[in-house]
Design a binder for this molecule. Structure first.
Ligand SMILES: Nc1ncnc2c1ncn2[C@@H]1O[C@H](COP(=O)(O)OP(=O)(O)O)[C@@H](O)[C@H]1O
Ligand SMILES: [Mg+2]
Length: 353
């Protein structure tokens, strides 16, 4: 029998553990480790030899595990390092330096997509629609730009999972605008992006692939009994607070069949965004579609959540890709031959002289 593939399942934690930690406690806690639990099981179902590694704020355990376990591939679930969201790109960059294959996005795609302003600028260059926006970095003057039409939504520039997003994020006058920007800058300590508010349906479209892209069936967040005058957005509570979702009937389910022309435009928009950002792994696009059928990319998510209950896995299951198969596809994707890294030949001092 062929020797099984060795997979190091690396995930972020908010505390450090000893090298011989058994993760029994963490892997019994679905509330905090749902994705790790699902992916670990799926990797085992595929017959791989799997080692788990939780990383907090020291890279040495990661280096040691690579040295000792000698993984063929790292399944990268590290969304943060030292609890910093944007350090996922640094972890990927480190793995690239070490020349160890890893699943998911490369450091370049993580870098581009972590910054909602930067990714939007690239998408706009490629004529992918998105709301007009303005970025406000900390310690600079804040004003209401004439180029923006109210109402707007004020968000952290580089956060995820709707952290910092509530109904109060929608502002419809200058005072509220400036106060909310100040709140995120000062209380959260983050740079800010303000975007025009796009009223409409909220769709989530996942794509997997590199040369050939597979666009999966759209999911949609619906806002149940929430009043039409309220902004219908995926706030932190709408995403994560089950009692709140239950109270308002907020649901995340498959989108009803889109009208063919709209479906074509949604698919075309997401594929173009995926290519424009040079994503080569898997991603989920958060979209808003106006009543007139204009498709806006609100956010490109590389390395989106991939627990079995998350959008990407649900959409994959809808087209017959079981969860273990999805995880295998992601592993294989990481192992496919890469474009060679160009090594520049060093000229000797004599050749230069
Ligand atoms: N410009 C916008 N217009 C309308 N709704 C928005 C806009 N930007 C964000 N939202 C709402 O806020 C949610 C979270 O915003 P998003 O940019 O995706 O941040 P996160 O990275 O936290 O998911 C979106 O899913 C959407 O419901
Ligand atoms: Mg989002």
């Amino acid at each position: 029998m062929a020797t099984p593939l060795r997979v190091l399942l690396a995930f972020d934690m908010v505390y450090a553990v000893k090298p011989d930690h058994d993760y029994a406690e963490e892997f019994a806690d679905r509330n905090n480790h749902e994705t790790e639990i699902d992916v670990y099981q799926a990797l085992k179902d595929n017959g791989y030899e799997v080692k788990r590694l939780g990383v907090y704020k020291d890279v040495r355990p990661l280096l040691d595990a690579i040295d000792e376990f000698k993984p063929d591939v790292i399944f990268n679930l590290m969304d943060t390092f030292r609890e910093v969201t944007g350090f996922d790109k640094n972890v990927a960059a480190l793995l690239e330096l070490l020349d160890v294959p890893h699943t998911g996005a490369n450091s370049a795609a993580l870098f581009l997509c972590n910054d909602k302003g930067l990714s939007r600028k690239i998408l706009r260059f490629h004529r992918v629609r998105g709301p007009r926006f303005h970025t406000f970095y900390r310690n600079h003057k804040v004003w209401l730009p004439k180029t923006l039409k109210l109402p707007c939504i004020v968000k952290p520039l580089t956060e995820e999972a709707s952290r910092g997003i509530s109904q109060a994020s929608i502002v419809d006058d200058e005072k509220g605008f400036i106060e909310r920007v100040a709140m995120i800058q000062q209380r959260m300590g983050l740079d800010v992006i303000v975007e025009e508010y796009i009223d409409g349906r909220e769709l989530y479209v996942s794509i997997i692939g590199d040369a050939r892209l597979r666009v999966l069936p759209a999911r949609e967040m619906t806002f149940g009994q929430m009043s039409e005058d309220e902004p219908r957005i995926a706030t932190y509570k709408a995403k994560w607070d089950d009692a709140y979702r239950g109270k308002w009937g907020i649901k995340n389910d498959f989108a009803n069949k889109l009208e063919p022309e709209l479906e074509r435009r949604v698919i075309d928009t997401c594929k173009r965004a995926y290519r424009a950002l040079n994503i080569k792994s898997y991603a989920r696009f958060d979209l808003r579609v106006t009543a007139a059928g204009v498709v806006h990319v609100i956010e490109p998510n590389v390395n989106p959540n991939i627990a079995a209950s998350d959008e990407l896995a649900q959409s994959a299951a809808k087209v017959g890709i079981t969860y273990p198969t999805l995880i295998r596809m992601i592993v294989r994707q990481a192992l496919r031959p890469k474009e060679p890294v160009k090594v520049r030949a060093k000229k000797s001092a004599a050749a230069v002289a």
